[in-house]
Design a binder for this molecule. Structure first.
Ligand code: HDD
Length: 698
């Protein structure tokens, strides 16, 4: 029996009670530390020894339990998407899809459903950096009233391969090379491009992966896509095809490549920190949720197959209907328990939503459930709190297994049974009405390992993507290809990529070949000649995101003797638009302003280079600037900000620093004497016009 003291001293954790119910216990101040089995520990500093200097005794179960638990703290990381950051929040439906689905999550306007969303990079390990050139995972677990719905998507709407059977090859090729164990979290190496060059179906995805979308500014600024085509089912059993979309309120925004590389050194946790801090500061990231709905007849009329995950349906062809929003408003309490142990399964779908025959999705339906067994170690991973259905009970006759934490009562563990006739609990039964339904899709065909002819066009949409980009984005894409292929040592692989690229766009192929200083080889033979599709401006980033200070971070490099009024004005103006301002100084203690005030710094200059800010200002006195001129980090601060197309504000006294850093005058370089707004205006975006001055692009 639990006495008053043990009740008071329960450990702080989430437990499953004996009835399988979830309950939370809080740690009281001064709570007594115990073993895992509840025995109070008298000394947590010293192991049990035979005398003060004698050997440690095997008998010491306190020591053994503690070390043994520690030895097993790590679990296998995800084979892909190992590096992730997550948050809790809610989904709210704003427009009902009751005409096309019975799923309550898509029909109950105004109802808020809990979500847990995990963002990730794909190729790197769990401890890798946040800013490599890579696809970003965008996985949302909706705890709906009809079971969990996991929408396991990416920030790119297409995929590298058409058939799941190629997934292990794709991933082996992009991960660090098997013999050397490098490079970590990078696609710029031989094996990846070897595979890609031999798989023309990957060309469309390569366009996206080499675009600025693969180097996002923030996880709060990425789009999300369900990628595969799904179905919605209404009460009459009529199916509607659907593609799912997430659109960030802050717009999709990216970094410059040189910036992403430098952020990796300055703050390897850049995206994780950014998400965590935004949520702790109350600046909750938000996305619109949209659907593209279309009938089978409309799908049949398209010049590509909607079951082919290397294809999009341009928004101009099937508009995105915004039907809801997601807000992330709570950080996880514990990284391991939640972010690491969360298991997303494309098979988690509530009634009213259904899968399609996309052969990539079909393979996914197996893989995710399977991978949790090696990662989480048991078929009971659904009982881990973060994975449990929260919106409704879960009950069936599946029993036992490792780490079983629920304690079912009675003897009904099979059905049909008639135990209730004897007054016993007979357990749950199937629900023909309201239960999960499968679309009645008729099939006829010969069993064979084949790829449909309708999947054969590998280039038209790659061309569509490239030609829909703005000039700067096209230049970045071409330069990214040059960068990646320059790291490929096998010349025949580079040549094969160049041969494929000519099918996308001659100009692109020529620019990449020039960037590599190679002659263009003969164009690769396409399985199907690409066609010219109407450009889709929706595929751009530049010019699409809102010019705003919201969600942005400004770095003010301040020196002793600086004009405090300028600092105050900048801080006030930025705060009024929800921008974050950080004071950077040579010493973390801060500076003494001209008016004698002490201004505390948020960061020391060495630890806060300009790459971690969206715009910077140097508020320096003459003597302060003289000191900065002797500090390489200060010169880099403005040099990098200029190179990364950021607005730079400065006091007149700071001009020598700008001169030394090679900053040339343009609309984004602003004398702070002209007032805060003069600087904040260019700070709301990047100075794309400056780029040709600072970088040779392909
Ligand atoms: Fe996958 C994880 C997204 C194809 C096999 N995938 C994983 C995650 C995301 C995606 C976001 C991380 C989930 C998390 O945060 O825990 N994957 C995609 C998308 C795909 C895709 C958008 C194409 C439409 N994946 C795909 C295929 C296979 C897998 C074709 C295998 C046949 N994916 C896995 C996996 C992972 C995974 C090995 C690793 C960890 C996990 O599942 O839970 O099973």
């Amino acid at each position: 029996m639990a006495d008053a003291e043990t009740t008071k001293n329960t450990i702080s954790a989430t437990h499953l009670g004996t009835g399988g119910e979830l309950h939370q216990t809080a740690s009281s101040p001064g709570a007594r530390i115990t073993t895992n089995h509840g025995a109070p520990i008298s000394d947590n500093q010293n192991s049990l020894k035979a005398g003060g200097r004698g050997p440690t005794l095997l008998e010491d179960f306190v020591l053994r339990e503690k070390i043994q638990h520690f030895d097993h703290e790590r679990i296998p990381e995800r084979i892909v998407h190992a590096r992730g950051s997550a948050a809790h929040g809610f989904f709210e439906l704003t427009e009902s899809l009751a005409d096309v689905t019975t799923a309550k999550i898509l029909t109950e306007i105004g109802k808020k459903t809990e979500v847990f969303t995990r963002f990730s990079t794909v190729a790197g390990g769990a401890g890798s950096v946040d800013t490599p050139r890579d696809v970003r995972g965008f996985a949302v677990k909706f705890y709906t009233r009809e079971g969990n719905w996991d929408l396991v998507g990416n920030n790119i709407p297409v995929f590298f391969i058409q058939d799941a059977i190629k997934f292990p090859d794709l991933i082996h090729s992009v991960k660090m090379e098997a013999d050397s164990g490098y490079p970590q979290a990078a696609s710029a190496h031989d094996t990846f491009w070897d595979f890609i060059s031999l798989m023309p179906e990957s060309t469309h995805m390569i366009m996206w992966a080499m675009s600025d979308r693969a180097i996002p500014r923030s996880l709060r600024m990425i789009e999300g896509f369900g990628v595969n085509t799904f179905r919605l089912l209404n009460a009459d059993g009529v199916a509607t095809l659907v593609k799912f979309h997430w659109r960030p309120k802050l717009g999709a925004q990216s970094t410059c490549w040189d910036e992403a590389v430098k952020i990796a050194g300055a703050d390897p946790d850049y995206h994780r920190r950014d998400l965590y801090e935004a949520i702790s500061d109350g600046a909750f990231p938000e996305w619109e949720f949209g659907v593209q709905l279309f009938t089978q007849e409309e799908a049949d009329a398209l010049p590509f197959d909607i079951l082919d995950a290397t294809k999009i349906i341009p928004e101009e062809v099937a508009p995105i209907r915004v039907i809801g929003r997601m807000v992330l408003n709570r950080n996880p309490d514990n990284f391991f328990a939640e972010t690491e142990q969360v298991a997303f399964l494309p098979t988690n779908i509530p009634p009213g939503i259904d899968v399609s025959e996309d052969p990539l999705l079909q393979g996914r339906l197996f893989s995710y459930q399977d991978t949790q067994l090696s990662r989480l170690g048991t078929v009971n991973f659904h009982q881990i709190p973060i994975n449990q259905a929260k919106g409704c009970p879960f009950q069936n006759f599946q029993r036992d297994g490792q780490m079983q934490t629920s304690v079912p009562k009675g003897r009904a563990n099979y059905e049909p049974n008639s135990l209730s006739e004897a007054g016993e609990d007979g357990g749950p039964r199937a629900a023909p009405k309201g239960g999960f339904r499968t679309t009645a899709v008729p099939f006829e065909g010969t069993k064979a390992r084949i790829r449909s002819e309708t999947f054969a066009d590998h280039y038209s949409q790659a061309r569509l993507f490239f030609r829909s980009q703005t000039k700067p984005e096209q230049a970045h894409l071409a330069s990214a290809l040059v960068f990646e292929l320059s790291k490929v040592s096998l010349e025949h692989v580079r040549l094969r990529v160049l041969a494929n690229l000519q099918n996308v766009d001659e100009d692109l192929a020529t620019r990449v070949a020039a960037g590599l200083d190679m002659d263009l080889p003969e164009k690769a033979k396409a399985a199907v000649e690409p066609i010219d599709l109407d450009p889709s401006p929706a595929l751009r980033i530049v010019g699409k995101y809102p010019e705003t200070l919201r969600g942005r971070a400004l770095g003010l490099l301040v020196t002793d003797g600086a004009n405090g009024a300028i600092v105050d004005a900048l801080k006030a103006a930025a705060a009024s638009e929800d921008a974050k301002v950080k004071i950077v100084a040579l010493k973390v203690g801060g500076v003494t302003l001209k008016d004698g005030r002490k201004l505390k710094a948020d960061a020391q200059l060495q630890g806060a280079p300009s790459v971690i800010f969206d715009a910077v200002a140097v508020v320096a006195s003459e003597a302060g600037c003289a000191e900065l001129l002797r500090e390489g980090a200060a010169i880099d601060f403005v040099k990098d900000a200029f190179g990364h197309l950021k607005a730079i504000g400065h006091t007149k006294e700071a001009q020598p620093l700008l001169d030394k850093a090679g900053v040339e005058p343009d609309a984004g370089v602003v004398d702070l004497g002209s007032g805060a707004e003069a600087f904040l205006k260019p700070a709301r975006t990047r100075q794309w016009d400056r780029e040709p001055k600072v970088r040779i692009l392909a």
